[in-house]
Design a protein around this ligand. Structure first.
Ligand code: TRP
Length: 333
């Protein structure tokens, strides 16, 4: 029996290099070995975009096309839409009895997000909604609805997995062993830095390179990337460790990395030339992804079909699982 993997993405924007190297690369490896469910988490996206349904709707297809374009194979991966699986909502209600409000408020991921969303949730999180505070419970439902055993994620998601395991243990201790404790799968690169040198590349931080960025956009972004501020003249020696251009060479130009590094340190490599080389390598890296995406853009029915088929498989699996849960909870009337 193949192990089951489950992961999800919020449809709130296109994929960037942070997603690609932080998590998606792992999906590519794992699709060959496991029973793979990939959730487009529209309900979770609404927890902090409830006032912007158009954005979520539009991005369901956008993110699906992004994921297909990197080489995920719809024959191996079940792409499905969260809101089409009502069992997830049911499980969320059942699990909400097994977690305290205080525990949710202490969840570091939730705390961080509340702090970043002052406009929505108030300066001190005083306007936090029940739905947003509870999304870790819903994410535990996402995972367990499919008996997810392995969950490939970025490291920002670890507190959510820990919370899921706590819910699973609590459930099993009360109702009998029905649910599996999921394990995270982290990629070698757990976090990709932003163009501005920020520790994290993020949509809201405005420091991301997107997989769909065209060549001109890539050029502008790379030319504006943060480099060693002490390097003033073209032949000043510099420190690649604090240079974002070097950092991205390490992602897409591995074969020349040693020379990029030593030339930078010696002062034989000017920043403009170094950036130009990176622009070329970045475009080479993105080209096949964009070509594949174009096939799907020209064939939107195909994307609908992929989502429909994946969702049907997910529905069947979630039905099996909810029956077991309801039986254990003695609500299987
Ligand atoms: N919370 C995840 C994110 O913001 C998305 C997500 C939803 C998810 N459901 C999931 C991740 C289940 C892993 C497993 O990126």
């Amino acid at each position: 029996m193949k192990k089951t993997i489950l992961t999800g993405l919020r449809p709130t924007g296109n994929l960037h290099l942070g997603h690609y190297f932080g998590a998606c690369q792992n999906y590519l490896k794992m699709q060959n070995e496991y029973d793979f469910y990939l959730e487009i988490a529209d309900v979770q996206a609404l927890t902090d975009n409830f006032n912007n349904p158009e954005k979520v709707r539009k991005n369901v297809k956008e993110i699906t096309m992004d994921l297909l374009s990197i080489g995920l194979d719809p024959k191996k991966v079940n792409f499905f839409i969260q809101s089409k699986i009502p069992e997830i909502a049911e499980l969320t209600v059942f699990y909400s009895n097994l977690v305290t409000v205080a525990r949710l408020q202490r969840n570091p991921t939730v705390k961080n997000e509340i702090a970043q969303k002052k406009e929505l949730f108030g300066n001190n999180g005083e306007s936090i909604t029940y739905g947003f505070l509870g999304y870790p419970v819903s994410q535990a439902a996402d995972i367990t609805a499919f008996d997810g055993e392995l969950v490939p994620v970025g490291d920002d998601q670890l507190p959510l997995l820990e919370q899921c395991r706590e819910i699973v243990r609590k459930f099993n201790s009360i109702y009998g062993t029905v649910l599996k404790e999921p394990e995270q799968v982290l990629s070698n690169i757990t976090r990709v830095k932003g163009l501005d040198g920020n520790e994290k590349m993020g949509k809201s931080l405005g420091n991301a390179i997107y997989l769909i960025d065209d060549e001109e956009t890539i050029r502008k972004k790379v030319m504006g990337a943060v480099t060693d501020p002490n390097k003033i003249k073209k032949d000043d020696p510099a420190n690649p460790d604090i240079c974002m251009v070097y950092y991205y060479h390490n992602l897409v130009n591995k074969e020349n990395l040693n020379s990029v590094c030593s030339e930078c340190k010696m002062g034989t490599r000017g920043c403009v030339a170094c950036k130009k080389e990176l622009i070329n390598k970045m475009n080479e890296f993105l080209k096949p992804i964009k070509e594949k995406r174009k096939e799907y853009e020209e064939n939107p029915d195909l994307v609908d079909e992929i989502l429909k088929n994946g969702t049907a498989k997910a529905q069947a699996k979630a039905k099996e699982q909810i029956n077991k849960v309801k039986h254990a909870m003695k609500i299987d009337y």
